[in-house]
Design a protein around this ligand. Structure first.
Ligand code: GMT
Length: 375
């Protein structure tokens, strides 16, 4: 198949899923065309089946806001016509689903009928999409998509609850490439971070409010009071400053390291003992899956799609959003006993294997074929 993929090219989960999906489809023989405003972060190698079309926006003094949607729609029309694409797969509803609808209408004037699949990733529904300034367009463009997928059963339910949707929604979970994400036994690196063999806890995110990064610090404070430990905070974003401030107030800053954005996440996860994800909302939790693949058990909240990933008492534990005491209690339970920790690590990897890319990729391929055949 010749597939156009539209996504945010940044480090966010939806962009990562879209890019990894495109790369895997390309190595399965499909021709993949990424259409976005800059090179996707993980599209860092050459493959004969991978193409990248940059959406360039003309600047003009009249524009306070550059019209990205218009430029993207025009680019989609161009790429579909001249590369003869079979399907457009857009990731994150806003604005990609409505732009794809517009491109599809324009293409009809050329006698071209292209199916559009929209994948909903989470905040496009749970935070941004629900906002009244977007919801009529989100509802319309989801209903106008030929196919719709969500990354968890919970996100499907939330989509049906918040929007008036008359489409069937297919659940296709996030996936993991275990060739990249597996435990790499980096003993020298571990020793540098935890010279006294302290336990290493880790959090990776974009440090937005929804990630509850201050809860990460509070959980760690309680763990650190009982068990010699270090915390690695990976990523960057608006809440980083507050989290840094809180770790100073709680006088644990010498045990907390803020590493900023990192490419080789799997190296950091490989030296970690426990992953903390106390999010206020999380449609799936790709970062937790990456941790599990590297044999790191997960202490998470029980919101959104997290119970579909993290198995209570097996790969980790789940608590109510904001219940820092319970999360800390569960973290200590896992970390205080060597044999128990090893068991949870093994289980985390076992659970991650359920989401191996080779299991999830055929779900997308079959769905693409179904939608093409239906049109
Ligand atoms: O988590 C973020 O803030 C990034 C966001 C995105 O769309 O880039 O991630 C969402 O999509 C990921 C991939 O499908 C999911 O694994 C994340 O759980 C989801 N984030 C939230 O729902 C908050």
């Amino acid at each position: 198949m010749k597939i156009g993929i539209v996504c945010y090219p940044t480090f966010g989960g939806s962009g990562v899923v879209a890019t990894e999906l495109g790369k895997a489809l390309a190595s399965n023989g499909h021709q993949i065309h990424f259409i976005t405003y800059s090179q996707p972060a993980r599209l860092d190698f050459f493959s004969e089946n991978l193409y990248y079309h940059e959406v360039a926006i003309s600047q003009y003094p009249l524009f306070d806001y550059a019209p990205y949607e218009t430029a993207l729609a025009s680019k989609l029309v161009d790429v579909v016509r001249f590369e003869k694409l079979d399907l457009l797969h857009v990731h994150y509803a806003i604005p990609h689903a409505s732009v794809a609808f517009l491109a599809k209408q324009i293409l009809k004037t050329y006698g071209i009928h292209i199916p559009v699949i929209t994948t909903l990733h989470g905040t496009d529904i749970t935070l941004v999409g629900k906002d009244k300034s977007f919801s009529p367009v989100v509802t319309f463009s989801i209903n106008q998509s030929d196919g719709v997928t969500t990354v968890s059963q919970n996100l499907k339910e939330q989509t049906l609850e918040y929007f008036d949707i008359d489409k069937n929604i297919q659940v296709i979970p996030n996936f993991i490439d275990l060739e990249r994400f597996h435990n790499k036994k980096r003993e020298h690196f571990k020793k540098a971070i935890a010279p006294q063999n302290e336990r290493i806890l880790v959090h990776t995110s974009n440090f937005r409010k929804v990630k509850h990064t201050n809860d990460v610090i509070r959980i760690f404070k309680q763990v650190n009071d009982k068990i010699p430990s270090k915390l690695l905070m990976v990523g960057d974003g608006p809440e980083r400053r507050n989290a840094e401030e809180l770790s100073r107030q709680l006088e644990i800053d010498s045990d907390v390291r803020f590493l900023g954005k990192q490419d080789a996440i799997e190296e950091i996860l490989s030296v970690s003992d426990l992953f903390l994800m106390p999010s206020g909302s999380e449609s799936f939790g790709l970062a937790a899956l990456e941790a599990m693949a590297c044999e790191v058990p997960v202490i998470s909240s029980n919101t959104g799609g997290l119970p579909e990933l993290n198995v209570e008492g097996f790969s980790g534990f789940l608590s109510d959003v904001g219940d820092v005491d319970d999360m800390a209690k569960n973290a200590i339970y896992i970390l205080e006993d060597e044999a128990r920790l090893e068991e949870f690590k093994k289980n985390a990897f076992t659970r991650a294997q359920d989401f191996e890319i080779s299991k999830i990729l055929p779900m997308y391929e079959n769905y693409y074929q179904q939608i093409i055949d239906e049109l």
